[in-house]
Design a protein around this ligand. Structure first.
Ligand code: C5P
Length: 240
């Protein structure tokens, strides 16, 4: 009997610590290629919000599994407001975007039960024509067969300055010096945990974005994608 082999949905993984430009690069690459985007950090933030709301701490894996079954986490794409994060039918986008929510997410993200729950949801986001997956362990754990794995880095100072600008634009009251130490603390927490620590996949392409404009990073990533998967970087809108 003849067998038909179906090619897997192509995935580009973009990993790295906070402030390296992953989210912005992921959105631009997705717009250019016409691929879907997975913001896995938003999933961890939303899950932490749901667990915290139910008074379930990171030290209670059994109750966390029940949060996984009962909480509804959705991402709504809106025309004027971008992606909205909906937890249990409430729009919590603003509440989960700040640094306090990120640190809470980082505590829950260290729990293997939480990672297992979200792993299934993350893999379910793999849909045609392709997926740009942004996070910490997208290349090393969630999509080991990705067509291209990119790991973004930048100096701590540059990352803090970018995050500062981003949070200010979103209306948060932030202080650059304390943000820098909060980010360093969160990176440390994400890097030393046993479950899926923040480390590049062995086959990841490293890009230091410290001295690069977002547009330059996007072009580099698109060129790498074109090399890995010829024809893939021209499915959506073109860079002008
Ligand atoms: O990317 P973002 O800053 O929104 O992520 C918030 C937190 O979620 C990270 O600091 C990390 O602890 C966790 N995270 C993770 N694995 C991912 C994405 C995010 O552990 N793939």
């Amino acid at each position: 009997m003849n067998r038909i082999r179906v090619a897997p949905v192509p995935v580009l993984t973009l990993d790295g610590p906070s402030g390296t430009g992953k989210g912005t690069v992921a959105a631009a690459v997705a717009e250019h290629t016409g691929w879907h985007v997975l913001d896995s950090g938003a999933m961890y933030r939303a899950f932490a919000f749901a667990a915290n709301k139910r008074d379930v701490g990171p030290d209670n894996p059994v109750a966390l599994e029940s949060v996984g079954r009962s909480a509804t986490i959705e991402f709504w794409v809106t025309a004027c407001d971008g992606i909205r994060i909906i937890v249990d039918d409430d729009d919590v986008t603003e509440q989960v975007r700040g640094e306090t929510a990120a640190r809470l997410a980082s505590r829950y993200a260290a729990v293997p039960a939480v990672r297992a729950i979200l792993l299934t949801r993350q893999r379910a986001a793999r849909r045609w024509p392709g997926l740009v997956a942004d996070g910490r362990d997208m290349g090393a754990v969630v999509f080991p067969d990705a067509a291209l794995k990119v790991f973004l880095t930048a100096s701590p100072r540059v990352r803090a300055a970018r995050r500062y600008k981003q949070l200010k634009n979103k209306g948060f009251d932030v202080n650059l010096a304390s943000l820098e130490s909060e980010i360093a603390e969160r990176d440390e927490q994400d890097s030393v945990r046993e479950a899926s620590p923040l480390v590049p996949a062995v086959d990841a392409e490293m890009i230091d974005t410290s001295d690069l404009a977002i547009r330059e990073v996007v072009i580099r990533v698109l060129n790498l994608l074109e090399e890995a998967l010829p024809g893939s970087s021209s499915g959506g809108q073109h860079l002008t």
